[in-house]
Design a protein around this ligand. Structure first.
Ligand code: FCB
Length: 436
Protein backbone atom coordinates (compact mmCIF):
# COMPACT_ATOMS: atom_id res chain seq x y z
CA UNK A 1 0.00 0.00 0.00
CA UNK A 2 1.30 3.40 -0.93
CA UNK A 3 0.84 6.36 1.42
CA UNK A 4 0.27 8.65 -1.57
CA UNK A 5 -3.26 9.94 -1.33
CA UNK A 6 -4.68 11.80 -4.33
CA UNK A 7 -8.25 13.06 -4.74
CA UNK A 8 -10.68 10.57 -6.32
CA UNK A 9 -11.13 12.95 -9.29
CA UNK A 10 -7.39 12.90 -10.10
CA UNK A 11 -6.50 11.59 -13.58
CA UNK A 12 -3.84 8.92 -14.10
CA UNK A 13 -2.14 8.51 -17.44
CA UNK A 14 0.86 7.62 -19.54
CA UNK A 15 2.37 9.57 -22.44
CA UNK A 16 4.10 8.92 -25.76
CA UNK A 17 4.78 10.82 -28.98
CA UNK A 18 4.38 9.86 -32.62
CA UNK A 19 7.93 9.88 -33.94
CA UNK A 20 9.22 8.11 -30.86
CA UNK A 21 6.95 5.06 -31.17
CA UNK A 22 5.07 4.81 -34.48
CA UNK A 23 7.69 3.67 -37.00
CA UNK A 24 6.13 3.00 -40.44
CA UNK A 25 7.98 6.09 -41.57
CA UNK A 26 7.45 5.38 -45.25
CA UNK A 27 4.05 3.75 -45.08
CA UNK A 28 0.42 4.73 -45.22
CA UNK A 29 1.10 7.82 -47.27
CA UNK A 30 3.18 9.53 -44.56
CA UNK A 31 5.46 12.33 -45.71
CA UNK A 32 8.96 12.84 -44.30
CA UNK A 33 9.47 14.93 -41.16
CA UNK A 34 12.50 16.90 -40.04
CA UNK A 35 13.29 14.04 -37.66
CA UNK A 36 13.54 11.58 -40.56
CA UNK A 37 15.97 13.91 -42.29
CA UNK A 38 17.92 14.59 -39.11
CA UNK A 39 18.16 11.00 -37.85
CA UNK A 40 19.31 9.85 -41.30
CA UNK A 41 22.11 12.41 -41.28
CA UNK A 42 25.28 10.61 -40.12
CA UNK A 43 26.56 11.66 -36.70
CA UNK A 44 23.36 13.30 -35.46
CA UNK A 45 21.77 10.50 -33.41
CA UNK A 46 23.62 8.07 -31.15
CA UNK A 47 24.45 4.78 -32.93
CA UNK A 48 22.84 6.11 -36.12
CA UNK A 49 19.41 5.17 -34.76
CA UNK A 50 16.32 6.42 -36.59
CA UNK A 51 12.56 6.33 -36.00
CA UNK A 52 11.97 4.26 -39.14
CA UNK A 53 10.66 1.31 -37.10
CA UNK A 54 10.76 2.57 -33.49
CA UNK A 55 8.24 0.53 -31.44
CA UNK A 56 6.34 -0.39 -34.60
CA UNK A 57 3.30 1.07 -32.88
CA UNK A 58 1.63 1.87 -36.21
CA UNK A 59 1.29 -1.87 -36.86
CA UNK A 60 0.74 -2.90 -33.23
CA UNK A 61 -1.97 -0.45 -32.33
CA UNK A 62 -4.39 -2.97 -30.80
CA UNK A 63 -1.66 -4.67 -28.75
CA UNK A 64 -0.45 -1.30 -27.45
CA UNK A 65 -3.97 -0.15 -26.61
CA UNK A 66 -4.31 -3.30 -24.53
CA UNK A 67 -0.98 -2.51 -22.88
CA UNK A 68 -2.23 0.94 -21.89
CA UNK A 69 -5.46 -0.55 -20.61
CA UNK A 70 -3.58 -3.14 -18.54
CA UNK A 71 -2.18 -0.31 -16.38
CA UNK A 72 -5.63 0.81 -15.32
CA UNK A 73 -4.97 4.40 -16.43
CA UNK A 74 -7.93 6.57 -17.38
CA UNK A 75 -5.95 8.88 -19.70
CA UNK A 76 -3.45 8.54 -22.55
CA UNK A 77 -1.42 11.36 -24.06
CA UNK A 78 -0.13 10.87 -27.61
CA UNK A 79 0.80 13.08 -30.52
CA UNK A 80 -0.34 13.24 -34.12
CA UNK A 81 2.41 13.07 -36.71
CA UNK A 82 1.58 16.09 -38.85
CA UNK A 83 3.31 14.57 -41.94
CA UNK A 84 1.17 11.43 -41.55
CA UNK A 85 -2.05 13.39 -41.93
CA UNK A 86 -0.76 16.13 -44.25
CA UNK A 87 2.40 14.85 -45.96
CA UNK A 88 3.86 18.23 -46.91
CA UNK A 89 2.40 20.31 -44.06
CA UNK A 90 0.35 22.21 -46.61
CA UNK A 91 -1.95 21.10 -49.39
CA UNK A 92 -3.40 17.59 -49.60
CA UNK A 93 -4.60 15.56 -46.61
CA UNK A 94 -3.85 11.85 -46.28
CA UNK A 95 -6.99 9.76 -45.59
CA UNK A 96 -4.96 6.73 -44.40
CA UNK A 97 -3.16 8.83 -41.82
CA UNK A 98 -6.37 10.44 -40.61
CA UNK A 99 -7.95 6.97 -40.36
CA UNK A 100 -5.08 5.76 -38.16
CA UNK A 101 -5.77 8.45 -35.55
CA UNK A 102 -9.51 7.75 -35.76
CA UNK A 103 -8.75 4.12 -34.87
CA UNK A 104 -6.44 5.20 -32.06
CA UNK A 105 -8.99 7.56 -30.53
CA UNK A 106 -11.88 5.11 -30.92
CA UNK A 107 -9.74 2.26 -29.53
CA UNK A 108 -8.99 4.33 -26.43
CA UNK A 109 -12.63 5.30 -25.92
CA UNK A 110 -13.73 1.68 -26.32
CA UNK A 111 -11.38 0.83 -23.44
CA UNK A 112 -12.61 3.66 -21.24
CA UNK A 113 -9.44 5.74 -21.70
CA UNK A 114 -9.57 9.48 -22.40
CA UNK A 115 -7.55 10.63 -25.45
CA UNK A 116 -5.27 13.62 -24.80
CA UNK A 117 -3.96 14.85 -28.13
CA UNK A 118 -0.74 16.76 -28.81
CA UNK A 119 -0.68 18.39 -32.24
CA UNK A 120 3.05 19.06 -32.44
CA UNK A 121 5.67 16.90 -30.78
CA UNK A 122 8.59 18.04 -32.94
CA UNK A 123 8.03 16.17 -36.23
CA UNK A 124 7.53 19.12 -38.58
CA UNK A 125 6.79 18.03 -42.16
CA UNK A 126 10.05 18.35 -44.11
CA UNK A 127 8.01 20.11 -46.80
CA UNK A 128 7.57 23.04 -44.43
CA UNK A 129 11.19 23.03 -43.29
CA UNK A 130 12.08 23.35 -46.98
CA UNK A 131 10.08 26.58 -46.95
CA UNK A 132 11.85 27.98 -43.89
CA UNK A 133 10.36 25.90 -41.07
CA UNK A 134 9.40 27.70 -37.87
CA UNK A 135 11.71 30.57 -38.78
CA UNK A 136 9.04 31.52 -41.30
CA UNK A 137 5.83 33.15 -40.12
CA UNK A 138 3.99 31.18 -42.83
CA UNK A 139 4.53 27.97 -40.85
CA UNK A 140 2.42 29.40 -38.01
CA UNK A 141 -0.45 29.92 -40.46
CA UNK A 142 -0.12 26.36 -41.79
CA UNK A 143 -0.11 25.06 -38.23
CA UNK A 144 -3.37 26.87 -37.44
CA UNK A 145 -4.98 25.23 -40.47
CA UNK A 146 -3.67 21.81 -39.42
CA UNK A 147 -5.04 22.42 -35.91
CA UNK A 148 -8.44 23.38 -37.26
CA UNK A 149 -8.69 20.26 -39.41
CA UNK A 150 -7.60 17.95 -36.60
CA UNK A 151 -9.84 19.73 -34.12
CA UNK A 152 -12.85 19.30 -36.40
CA UNK A 153 -11.97 15.68 -37.00
CA UNK A 154 -11.15 14.54 -33.44
CA UNK A 155 -12.31 17.34 -31.14
CA UNK A 156 -15.64 15.67 -30.41
CA UNK A 157 -13.84 12.64 -28.93
CA UNK A 158 -10.71 14.22 -27.42
CA UNK A 159 -10.43 14.87 -23.67
CA UNK A 160 -7.96 17.65 -24.50
CA UNK A 161 -5.96 19.06 -27.38
CA UNK A 162 -2.60 20.72 -26.83
CA UNK A 163 -0.88 22.71 -29.53
CA UNK A 164 2.83 22.35 -28.78
CA UNK A 165 4.95 20.03 -26.71
CA UNK A 166 7.87 21.90 -25.14
CA UNK A 167 8.38 24.82 -27.53
CA UNK A 168 11.66 25.59 -25.70
CA UNK A 169 13.08 22.32 -27.03
CA UNK A 170 11.93 23.01 -30.59
CA UNK A 171 13.43 26.48 -30.44
CA UNK A 172 16.62 26.02 -28.44
CA UNK A 173 17.64 22.39 -28.94
CA UNK A 174 16.55 22.42 -32.59
CA UNK A 175 17.53 25.88 -33.74
CA UNK A 176 20.15 27.31 -31.37
CA UNK A 177 22.15 24.34 -30.08
CA UNK A 178 21.56 22.12 -33.10
CA UNK A 179 21.16 19.00 -30.96
CA UNK A 180 17.67 18.21 -32.28
CA UNK A 181 16.10 18.51 -35.74
CA UNK A 182 16.48 20.58 -37.85
CA UNK A 183 19.98 20.97 -36.37
CA UNK A 184 20.39 24.75 -36.78
CA UNK A 185 22.89 26.62 -34.57
CA UNK A 186 21.87 30.25 -34.59
CA UNK A 187 20.47 32.23 -31.68
CA UNK A 188 18.73 34.73 -33.97
CA UNK A 189 16.91 31.91 -35.71
CA UNK A 190 15.98 30.43 -32.32
CA UNK A 191 14.33 33.68 -31.20
CA UNK A 192 12.29 33.94 -34.42
CA UNK A 193 11.31 30.28 -34.12
CA UNK A 194 10.25 30.66 -30.49
CA UNK A 195 8.05 33.64 -31.29
CA UNK A 196 6.45 31.87 -34.25
CA UNK A 197 5.77 28.81 -32.09
CA UNK A 198 3.91 30.94 -29.57
CA UNK A 199 2.11 32.80 -32.34
CA UNK A 200 1.10 29.50 -33.95
CA UNK A 201 -0.30 28.34 -30.62
CA UNK A 202 -2.53 31.42 -30.39
CA UNK A 203 -3.61 31.15 -34.03
CA UNK A 204 -4.40 27.46 -33.56
CA UNK A 205 -6.56 28.13 -30.51
CA UNK A 206 -8.43 30.83 -32.44
CA UNK A 207 -8.87 28.50 -35.42
CA UNK A 208 -10.14 25.59 -33.34
CA UNK A 209 -12.49 27.72 -31.26
CA UNK A 210 -13.69 29.44 -34.42
CA UNK A 211 -14.55 26.01 -35.83
CA UNK A 212 -16.54 25.15 -32.71
CA UNK A 213 -14.11 22.62 -31.25
CA UNK A 214 -15.39 21.77 -27.78
CA UNK A 215 -12.38 19.87 -26.35
CA UNK A 216 -10.34 21.69 -23.68
CA UNK A 217 -7.39 23.47 -25.35
CA UNK A 218 -3.94 24.25 -24.00
CA UNK A 219 -0.18 23.94 -24.39
CA UNK A 220 2.54 21.78 -22.81
CA UNK A 221 5.68 23.49 -21.50
CA UNK A 222 8.83 21.94 -20.02
CA UNK A 223 9.69 23.77 -16.85
CA UNK A 224 12.24 23.75 -14.04
CA UNK A 225 13.11 26.03 -11.17
CA UNK A 226 16.64 27.47 -11.37
CA UNK A 227 18.83 27.17 -8.27
CA UNK A 228 21.87 29.44 -7.91
CA UNK A 229 24.86 27.24 -7.05
CA UNK A 230 26.05 29.72 -4.41
CA UNK A 231 24.91 33.00 -2.86
CA UNK A 232 27.14 34.98 -5.21
CA UNK A 233 25.57 37.81 -7.21
CA UNK A 234 26.82 36.19 -10.42
CA UNK A 235 25.11 32.86 -9.68
CA UNK A 236 21.87 34.58 -8.69
CA UNK A 237 21.91 36.67 -11.86
CA UNK A 238 22.58 33.57 -13.95
CA UNK A 239 19.71 31.68 -12.29
CA UNK A 240 17.35 34.59 -12.98
CA UNK A 241 18.44 34.74 -16.63
CA UNK A 242 18.15 30.97 -17.12
CA UNK A 243 14.70 30.91 -15.53
CA UNK A 244 13.66 33.83 -17.77
CA UNK A 245 14.84 32.04 -20.94
CA UNK A 246 13.42 28.64 -19.93
CA UNK A 247 10.16 29.37 -18.12
CA UNK A 248 9.17 33.04 -18.30
CA UNK A 249 9.94 33.40 -22.02
CA UNK A 250 6.86 31.20 -22.65
CA UNK A 251 4.72 31.90 -19.59
CA UNK A 252 4.83 35.71 -19.72
CA UNK A 253 3.51 35.99 -23.30
CA UNK A 254 0.86 33.32 -22.67
CA UNK A 255 -0.39 34.78 -19.38
CA UNK A 256 0.85 38.40 -19.33
CA UNK A 257 0.98 39.34 -23.04
CA UNK A 258 4.65 40.36 -22.88
CA UNK A 259 8.15 38.93 -23.11
CA UNK A 260 10.06 39.02 -19.82
CA UNK A 261 12.47 41.83 -19.06
CA UNK A 262 16.11 40.81 -19.04
CA UNK A 263 15.64 38.03 -21.59
CA UNK A 264 17.07 37.85 -25.12
CA UNK A 265 14.34 38.85 -27.57
CA UNK A 266 13.67 38.60 -31.29
CA UNK A 267 14.71 41.61 -33.36
CA UNK A 268 12.28 44.29 -34.51
CA UNK A 269 10.20 42.99 -37.44
CA UNK A 270 9.53 39.52 -35.99
CA UNK A 271 6.95 40.52 -33.36
CA UNK A 272 4.16 42.22 -35.29
CA UNK A 273 1.32 44.39 -34.01
CA UNK A 274 -1.33 42.25 -32.38
CA UNK A 275 0.89 39.18 -31.95
CA UNK A 276 0.98 39.37 -28.16
CA UNK A 277 -2.84 39.49 -28.01
CA UNK A 278 -3.02 36.51 -30.35
CA UNK A 279 -0.60 34.50 -28.22
CA UNK A 280 -2.44 35.16 -24.95
CA UNK A 281 -5.62 33.28 -25.85
CA UNK A 282 -7.45 31.96 -22.78
CA UNK A 283 -6.49 28.35 -22.12
CA UNK A 284 -8.53 25.54 -20.59
CA UNK A 285 -5.49 23.80 -19.10
CA UNK A 286 -1.72 24.06 -18.86
CA UNK A 287 0.49 20.99 -19.27
CA UNK A 288 3.78 20.94 -17.38
CA UNK A 289 6.62 18.51 -18.11
CA UNK A 290 9.09 18.21 -15.25
CA UNK A 291 12.25 16.12 -15.08
CA UNK A 292 14.90 18.03 -13.11
CA UNK A 293 15.96 21.48 -11.95
CA UNK A 294 18.35 23.97 -13.55
CA UNK A 295 21.55 24.33 -11.54
CA UNK A 296 23.01 27.78 -12.23
CA UNK A 297 26.72 28.20 -11.67
CA UNK A 298 28.58 31.13 -13.24
CA UNK A 299 32.01 29.91 -12.08
CA UNK A 300 34.64 28.28 -14.29
CA UNK A 301 34.71 25.39 -13.87
CA UNK A 302 31.07 25.34 -12.69
CA UNK A 303 30.17 24.25 -9.17
CA UNK A 304 28.66 20.78 -9.66
CA UNK A 305 25.02 20.09 -8.68
CA UNK A 306 24.71 18.21 -5.35
CA UNK A 307 23.03 15.12 -6.85
CA UNK A 308 22.18 13.91 -3.33
CA UNK A 309 19.27 11.82 -4.67
CA UNK A 310 21.18 10.42 -7.62
CA UNK A 311 20.95 11.06 -11.35
CA UNK A 312 19.07 9.29 -14.12
CA UNK A 313 20.65 7.57 -17.10
CA UNK A 314 20.25 10.94 -18.89
CA UNK A 315 22.57 12.48 -16.30
CA UNK A 316 19.64 14.50 -14.92
CA UNK A 317 19.62 15.14 -11.16
CA UNK A 318 16.72 13.56 -9.25
CA UNK A 319 15.23 16.56 -7.53
CA UNK A 320 11.59 15.97 -6.65
CA UNK A 321 11.31 19.07 -4.52
CA UNK A 322 11.88 21.09 -7.68
CA UNK A 323 8.47 20.00 -8.95
CA UNK A 324 6.77 21.39 -5.84
CA UNK A 325 8.86 24.58 -5.88
CA UNK A 326 8.20 25.19 -9.58
CA UNK A 327 4.44 24.70 -9.28
CA UNK A 328 4.18 26.97 -6.26
CA UNK A 329 6.26 29.61 -8.07
CA UNK A 330 4.14 29.71 -11.24
CA UNK A 331 0.96 29.54 -9.16
CA UNK A 332 2.19 32.70 -7.39
CA UNK A 333 3.36 34.51 -10.54
CA UNK A 334 0.41 33.86 -12.89
CA UNK A 335 -3.33 33.31 -12.93
CA UNK A 336 -3.40 29.76 -14.24
CA UNK A 337 -5.99 27.34 -15.61
CA UNK A 338 -6.00 23.77 -14.20
CA UNK A 339 -2.61 22.07 -14.50
CA UNK A 340 -1.79 18.59 -15.74
CA UNK A 341 1.65 17.07 -15.29
CA UNK A 342 1.89 15.90 -18.88
CA UNK A 343 5.34 14.30 -18.48
CA UNK A 344 7.55 13.13 -15.65
CA UNK A 345 9.79 10.11 -15.86
CA UNK A 346 13.11 8.42 -15.31
CA UNK A 347 15.62 6.73 -17.62
CA UNK A 348 17.59 3.72 -16.39
CA UNK A 349 19.66 1.02 -18.10
CA UNK A 350 17.01 -1.68 -17.65
CA UNK A 351 17.30 -5.33 -18.62
CA UNK A 352 14.94 -8.30 -18.73
CA UNK A 353 16.05 -11.04 -16.34
CA UNK A 354 13.92 -14.20 -16.15
CA UNK A 355 10.99 -12.38 -17.70
CA UNK A 356 10.99 -9.45 -15.27
CA UNK A 357 12.59 -6.01 -15.12
CA UNK A 358 13.66 -4.74 -11.69
CA UNK A 359 13.70 -0.91 -11.79
CA UNK A 360 13.53 0.23 -8.14
CA UNK A 361 15.10 3.61 -8.95
CA UNK A 362 12.25 4.45 -11.34
CA UNK A 363 9.69 3.55 -8.68
CA UNK A 364 11.53 5.74 -6.20
CA UNK A 365 11.56 8.60 -8.72
CA UNK A 366 7.82 8.25 -9.33
CA UNK A 367 6.99 8.00 -5.63
CA UNK A 368 9.03 11.05 -4.63
CA UNK A 369 7.73 13.16 -7.52
CA UNK A 370 4.13 12.23 -6.83
CA UNK A 371 4.69 13.17 -3.18
CA UNK A 372 6.10 16.53 -4.32
CA UNK A 373 3.00 16.96 -6.46
CA UNK A 374 0.78 16.32 -3.44
CA UNK A 375 2.80 18.92 -1.53
CA UNK A 376 2.17 21.47 -4.29
CA UNK A 377 -1.53 20.64 -4.28
CA UNK A 378 -1.62 21.06 -0.50
CA UNK A 379 -0.08 24.52 -1.05
CA UNK A 380 -3.03 25.42 -3.27
CA UNK A 381 -1.90 24.51 -6.80
CA UNK A 382 -4.73 23.09 -8.90
CA UNK A 383 -3.30 19.92 -10.47
CA UNK A 384 -5.79 17.52 -12.03
CA UNK A 385 -3.73 14.72 -13.47
CA UNK A 386 -0.37 13.02 -13.98
CA UNK A 387 1.04 11.31 -17.09
CA UNK A 388 4.10 9.13 -16.66
CA UNK A 389 6.69 9.45 -19.47
CA UNK A 390 6.61 6.98 -21.03
CA UNK A 391 4.26 4.07 -21.67
CA UNK A 392 7.15 2.07 -23.15
CA UNK A 393 10.81 2.47 -24.05
CA UNK A 394 11.15 4.39 -27.30
CA UNK A 395 13.28 6.54 -29.60
CA UNK A 396 14.80 9.08 -27.23
CA UNK A 397 15.72 11.71 -29.86
CA UNK A 398 19.47 12.29 -30.13
CA UNK A 399 20.06 9.43 -27.66
CA UNK A 400 18.36 6.96 -30.02
CA UNK A 401 17.27 3.71 -28.35
CA UNK A 402 19.98 3.94 -25.70
CA UNK A 403 17.83 5.60 -23.01
CA UNK A 404 14.88 3.71 -21.54
CA UNK A 405 12.04 5.68 -19.91
CA UNK A 406 9.25 3.13 -20.29
CA UNK A 407 7.00 1.34 -17.83
CA UNK A 408 7.24 -1.44 -20.41
CA UNK A 409 10.59 -2.68 -21.64
CA UNK A 410 10.80 -2.93 -25.43
CA UNK A 411 13.06 -5.53 -27.04
CA UNK A 412 13.64 -3.77 -30.35
CA UNK A 413 14.74 -6.96 -32.13
CA UNK A 414 11.48 -8.79 -31.41
CA UNK A 415 9.20 -5.87 -30.44
CA UNK A 416 8.20 -7.84 -27.33
CA UNK A 417 6.99 -5.55 -24.52
CA UNK A 418 7.67 -6.65 -20.92
CA UNK A 419 6.12 -4.94 -17.89
CA UNK A 420 8.80 -3.51 -15.60
CA UNK A 421 8.32 -3.57 -11.82
CA UNK A 422 7.38 0.12 -12.12
CA UNK A 423 4.42 -0.81 -14.35
CA UNK A 424 3.14 -3.14 -11.61
CA UNK A 425 3.76 -0.46 -8.99
CA UNK A 426 1.88 2.19 -10.99
CA UNK A 427 -1.01 -0.20 -11.68
CA UNK A 428 -1.30 -0.94 -7.95
CA UNK A 429 -1.17 2.75 -7.05
CA UNK A 430 -3.98 3.54 -9.49
CA UNK A 431 -6.03 0.56 -8.33
CA UNK A 432 -5.64 1.70 -4.72
CA UNK A 433 -7.04 5.11 -5.66
CA UNK A 434 -9.93 3.57 -7.57
CA UNK A 435 -10.82 1.41 -4.59
CA UNK A 436 -10.71 4.32 -2.13
C1 FCB B 1 10.79 15.41 -23.11
C2 FCB B 1 10.10 15.08 -24.41
C3 FCB B 1 9.78 13.63 -24.57
C4 FCB B 1 10.86 12.74 -24.03
C5 FCB B 1 11.27 13.16 -22.63
C6 FCB B 1 12.33 12.30 -22.02
O1 FCB B 1 11.54 16.58 -23.28
O2 FCB B 1 8.90 15.81 -24.53
O3 FCB B 1 9.51 13.41 -25.93
O4 FCB B 1 11.91 12.69 -24.91
O5 FCB B 1 11.70 14.49 -22.66
Amino acid sequence: MSTLNFPSTFHWGVATSAYQIEGAANEGGRGPSIWDTYSHTPGKVLNGDTGDVACDHYHRLEEDLNLIQSLGVDSYRFSIAWPRVQPLGYGAWNPEGLAFYDRLVDGLLARGIAPHITLYHWDLPQGLQDRGGWESRETALHFAEYARVMGERLGDRAASICTHNEPWCTAVLGNELGRFAPGIQDQKVMLRVAHHLLLSHGLALQAMRGAGVKAPLGIVLNQSPATPATDSAADKALAAKEYAMFVRWYMDPLFKKAYPEGADLPVCDVVQAGDMDTIAQPMDFLGINYYTRIWSSAATPPVPAPNAHGVSDMGWENYAQGLRDLLVQIHTDYTLPPIFITENGFASPDAVVDGTVADPRRIDYMRTHLQALLDAMAAGVNVQGFFYWSLMDNFEWDSGYDKRFGLFYVDYATQVRTAKDSAHWYRALIAQHRAA
